[in-house]
Design a protein around this ligand. Structure first.
Ligand code: FES
Ligand code: FES
Length: 156
């Protein structure tokens, strides 16, 4: 089937199987490999992207649900000022350890800060509940998001 959607601000049209995963479309068909595959079952958040501004696991989104939707991946988000604020916050707090889970955490941070520019630690912890870090780095990730919210004040 043919699917038309907006990807990182540009209209795209692809022909694919209706049940093909958005994750595979991004990585294999469109070469956007910043979105990572971890569990492939909706449990780890490493494949997280924003779909119409909402955080979703792209391994759980079928192509047929994509018509006319708006997708933001880490590649598109990199162009925003807000990405710089989040990456600076992560850098200051030492949030990035493996790099593999990081794009998902960055997208989760953006989804949260869009809704709530000044979250509490608890709200941040809840917002990243769906993102798995295998190296027990959660405190530093929470701190990184807090720093981004403080120092990027006015961007969200
Ligand atoms: S790869 Fe999608 S949630 Fe883990
Ligand atoms: S920093 Fe990536 S799994 Fe912990």
């Amino acid at each position: 089937m043919e699917i038309n959607f907006t990807l990182n601000g540009k209209r795209v049209s692809i022909s694919t199987e209706p049940t093909r995963r958005l994750l595979d479309i991004l990585r294999d068909d469109l070469g956007l490999t910043g979105t990572k595959e971890g569990c492939g079952e909706g449990e780890c958040g490493s494949c997280a992207v924003l779909l119409d501004g909402r955080l979703v696991n792209s391994c759980m989104v079928p192509a047929f649900a994509m018509e006319d939707k708006e997708v933001l991946t880490i590649e598109g988000f990199r162009e925003h000022q807000r990405f710089k604020a989040i990456s600076k916050g992560f850098e200051k707090a030492g949030s990035v350890q493996c790099g593999f889970c990081t794009p998902g955490f960055v997208m989760a941070a953006e989804a949260l800060l869009r809704q709530n520019p000044h979250p509490t630690e608890r709200e941040i912890s809840e917002a990243i509940e769906g993102n798995l870090c295998r190296c027990t780095g959660y405190n530093m990730i929470v701190e990184g998001i807090l720093t981004a919210s403080r120092e990027g004040d006015g961007l969200w």
